[in-house]
Unconditional design. Structure first.
Ligand code: PBG
Length: 332
């Protein structure tokens, strides 16, 4: 064996990794702040802001502080938000969800008055607004599907009337996309877009969010309406029916453990797809970073890239502001 002989019958993959210019020339997927949407929690009757314990850097905002935060996001180049409300009062019919002067409705008006071009999406759900903490109406311990639809549609309509660009139902009741689309169209809101949380799994990764939104179910769990994490083909059925009902865009949620699902949904429909990088996915990164165990910035960018690679057109993430800040530092 002559060890000075270099065999020719293998590929030189390293040639194109040799310099930074070459690497960036052949890069297949890139993440920019313009692909990101930041969730914001707006709380009725709160002055100032309160940090969410398990989500360092994420806050409950009163309307005054929300105004300041959105100014900053616009400055940094974050294109939009998805709003979640924490109402002062809950009742069985979730009436604070669709009141014209509900906290989300007020927040939409305020943001649109300050920054008409800042994209405002809204989470449409009942769970924060009723004492059961379930996403639909409860009758005799059962989350009833069809009766829930009118309250969900009413909520979406109130968001549209306040000026939302996109309504995003997260309740997982069947038929809600059709119900919302019909209600919006009947009321002259043909141009308000619908982003369906079409593929939403019953996930342990929502833990910190439920603490933040005070929306943990008072009894049972969400497994009669959210999907079983063990199912992938079922995601394609959910996606197909929401497209048929008129969804403009679909979401897969959570993001990290469901990259394969995002990929499969991407192959099976042609509408834009989002993935939601949920609360516990954020908390895990923050906790490890605070312990000095990981490099937060590299890890977050790697995750964001993986969402794009899986086929997401945009990403809903609590890291959006940090990513925008990092990009601003690099001169974008
Ligand atoms: C409520 C809702 C949830 C999330 C978004 N909307 C929680 C749930 O379904 O229990 C999760 C968001 C997150 O964990 O970041 N309908």
């Amino acid at each position: 064996m002559n060890d000075s002989v270099t065999p020719r019958d293998f590929a030189r993959h390293r040639r194109l990794r040799r310099t930074s210019a070459l690497r960036s020339l052949i890069r297949e997927f890139e993440v920019s702040a313009s692909d990101l949407v930041i969730p914001l929690f707006v709380q009725e009757d709160l002055n100032g802001k309160e940090e969410i314990a398990a989500m360092p850097g994420v806050y409950h905002y009163g309307l005054d502080e929300l105004r300041r935060e959105v100014d900053e996001l616009v400055q940094l180049g974050v294109p939009g938000t998805i709003l979640f409300g924490i109402p002062a009062d809950k009742d069985d019919l979730s009436s604070s969800a669709y009141r014209a002067d509900g906290v989300v409705q007020q927040a939409i008006r305020q943001i649109k008055a300050d920054h008409p071009d800042f994209l405002v999406m809204t989470d449409v759900c009942l769970c924060q607004y009723n004492p059961s903490g379930h996403c639909g109406v409860v009758r005799d311990g059962v989350i009833v599907n069809d009766e829930s639809l009118r309250y969900i549609a009413e909520t979406a309509l109130s968001h549209a009337a306040a000026g939302a660009d996109v309504v995003a139902p997260s309740d997982m009741m069947d038929g809600r996309v059709a119900a919302i689309r019909a209600t919006l169209d009947e009321n002259g809101f043909q141009d308000v877009a619908l982003l369906s949380y079409a593929v939403k799994y019953a996930s342990a990764f929502y833990g910190p969010f439920r603490e933040a939104a005070h929306s943990a179910p008072a009894f049972g769990d969400r497994r009669t309406y959210q999907m079983d994490p063990a199912n992938a083909r079922e995601a394609l059925r959910e996606a197909a029916s929401d497209v048929a009902e008129g969804a403009d865009m679909l979401m897969v949620k959570p993001a990290l453990s469901y990259l394969d699902v995002t990929y499969r949904v991407r192959q099976s429909v042609n509408v834009p797809i989002a993935t939601y990088n949920v609360s516990a996915e954020y908390s895990m990164v923050k906790a490890a970073a605070r312990n000095g165990w990981v490099d937060e910035r590299s890890m977050v960018m790697e995750m964001m890239t993986s969402f794009k690679r899986a086929g997401a057109d945009f990403i809903i993430t609590y890291h959006a502001k940090d990513v925008a800040r990092w990009q601003a530092e690099m001169g974008r």
